[in-house]
Ligand binder design. Structure first.
Ligand code: PDD
Length: 283
């Protein structure tokens, strides 16, 4: 069934929606994005995603599209028009269309594109059984805190993982895990949750921020510091977080079984807390 999507002020059937071939998102990956999850037809963590979007735009000196202040309404309208119960809303802003040039155009109008994706987020095979990850060298650029649409290496990473019978890759730089290809990475050792501290090396996950807040409220112990691939392989539990996976157990890392090969107790508890709390706050 055809979706209704949003492009630069218009709601259109997806097959009628177009963007210029000169769009800098297309030519230069000169664009940023957000993925906001939908549960029970409501948006999760909308404020967090909006704030990070604004930060990404600022860091790249990109103008806000005219519709910026109406983004909540557009999200809701798309969810309603497409009857989304579970899934997400994808939003992309680019610097706009201009004749190809490395220099930023002076008067291009930002492009705003949004669409929904319906998919089950709760009680999936992945959340019941856990995922397997491999390690890959992190060769992405140095500003991973900006959520740009330069996703070729993450995409290749997932393909390399699949070729090895796994689900995803954890990226490693200078002997430490940075994050997953499209998620933040965590291990649990002796009851302590360990995840890399924030810097330009990783995306500042909106889900990550909430998980750490809820973990603290539940008096769970956590530490924000880089961990090594060896520590990861010897962890009691491991998991990832992102808007689209919430808290997702990892049961195998680079061929080593984690714990007893089933999702760990701390991971499962955090997943339950995260879903319950974000459901309560959904708008
Ligand atoms: N990915 N790290 C990377 C590299 C990511 O791409 C993402 C999100 C995260 C988690 O951020 P958040 O919790 O705010 O979703 C961490 C999205 C979901 C994607 O690309 O589809």
């Amino acid at each position: 069934m055809s979706r209704t999507v949003y492009v630069n002020g218009q709601y259109l059937p997806e097959e009628d929606a177009t963007v210029s071939i000169f769009d800098r998102g297309f030519l230069m990956a000169d664009g940023v994005y957000e993925v906001t999850s939908v549960l029970d037809g409501k948006l999760l963590e909308f404020d967090g995603h909006l704030k990070r979007l604004e930060r990404s735009l600022n860091e790249l000196g990109m103008d806000k599209p005219e519709a910026f202040d109406g983004l909540l309404e557009i999200h809701r309208e798309l969810v309603a028009r497409n009857n989304v119960d579970q899934g997400g809303v994808y939003l992309q802003i680019t610097r706009g269309a201009a004749d190809r040039d490395f220099v930023f155009p002076k008067d291009a109008k930002p492009t705003l594109v949004m669409f929904t994706q319906s998919k089950p987020l709760l009680d999936t095979a992945a959340s019941e059984n856990g995922l397997k990850v491999i390690f890959l060298e992190d060769i992405r650029w140095g500003r991973r805190d900006i959520k740009t649409v330069q996703l070729l290496y993450p995409s290749m990473g997932k393909m390399m993982a699949k070729a090895e019978g796994c689900d995803d890759a954890w990226l490693v730089e200078d002997g430490f895990v940075t994050e997953g290809t499209s998620n933040n990475a965590y291990i649990v050792k002796d009851g302590k949750i360990i995840t890399r501290d924030l810097s330009t090396d990783i995306l500042h996950g909106i889900t990550r921020a909430s998980i750490l807040k809820y973990a603290e409220e539940a008096q769970m112990v956590f530490e924000e510091r880089p961990f090594t691939p060896e520590e990861a392989k010897e962890a009691d539990e491991a998991f990832i977080s992102s808007a689209s996976t919430f808290v997702m157990p990892i049961v195998e890392i680079d061929g080593s079984t984690i714990g007893d090969g089933k999702p760990g107790a701390t991971t499962q508890r955090l997943r339950e807390i995260y879903i319950e709390e974000s459901r309560k706050r959904a708008i």
